[in-house]
Design a protein around this ligand. Sequence first.
Ligand SMILES: Nc1ncnc2c1ncn2[C@@H]1O[C@H](COP(=O)(O)OP(=O)(O)OP(=O)(O)O)[C@@H](O)[C@H]1O
Length: 339
Amino acid sequence: MSIDVQHITKRFGDFVALDDVSVTIPSGGLTALLGPSGGGKSTLLRVIAGLESADAGSVHIEGTDATRLAPQKRNVGFVFQHYAVFKHLTVARNVAFGLEVRKVPRAQVRQKVHELLELVHLSQFADRMPSQLSGGQRQRMALARALAVEPSVLLLDEPFGALDAKVRKELRDWLRRLHDEVHVTTVFVTHDQEEALEVADEIVVVNGGRVEQVGTPDELYDAPANDFVMGFLGEVTSLGGRVLRPHDVELETGPGRDAAREAIVTRVLRIGFETRVLAETVQGEQVTVVMTRTHARTLELVEGMTVWLSAAPGAVSVAAPTGAAGGSDERDPAVPLAV
Ligand SMILES: Nc1ncnc2c1ncn2[C@@H]1O[C@H](COP(=O)(O)OP(=O)(O)OP(=O)(O)O)[C@@H](O)[C@H]1O
């Protein structure tokens, strides 16, 4: 394992930002730290980087105990959301900076900068000043700069967070391709589940200073450890005290299955190729059902109509949180609903 975090606790005054966090991050992968704002993702990344010292626990990087090492001794590269560029240096000189500080011979620096600018598709901008680049190009320059010193680990804190949605999407596709080329162990922080699901090999879900689950995008989506992970990775609804995805609710216009719950359609919304049906069961549960527009049309759904709802065979579901606070510590593992 490339990064091994064991029993890390970090407090800011009385506030516990990381509460006994243990996680191992595989070598050569692209791992996302995903979670809601304030959950502790950045703090965990900063502890790995050595920019924040933990109150308890250890960090090993590539087998070396880095817990008490200064950031510059950890062989990690960073890129942050608002990257501090050297405004008075050209793009090429920015990328060369770390190598020049390390007194790498000039010809070697030139060669390396050339290769890196090719890698991040900025060769034609080598002599520009950073102010002449777009936001996305500047973040690519930042990545080239971080990669220049050949770190064993690359840490990215919401690297594309400040960019607009379209550029963000382009850059995340590009990051995936870049990673496939260079294979440096990369950890990136994001609060965007789509970004994590699309880009990462593995996702660490961080919430309330704890790790909720670690797994591949498929594992998290298909077998969420609890209602928090399930709700964070996609839309959910509840039916019969279980949390499940709205497209996994089957709606029939007659009483078919034994387990089906009778409900009244309260709203029918057509959004693009999907139809979203809101219904209230006789037990008073508000349920959202998502189906194709064609299917909805064949059912001839109208508000006020009586329907029967059940979980589709094989639907993934978890126990609904108990109480208004939303969940207990003892959570049921994801199990398919009995249908
Ligand atoms: N230097 C600090 N002093 C005091 N509290 C801090 C400090 N840094 C972080 N915190 C608190 O620790 C908690 C976790 O912060 P952190 O930045 O790790 O969250 P995050 O999951 O990265 O959230 P975001 O996506 O909003 O950055 C937050 O409640 C934050 O206010």
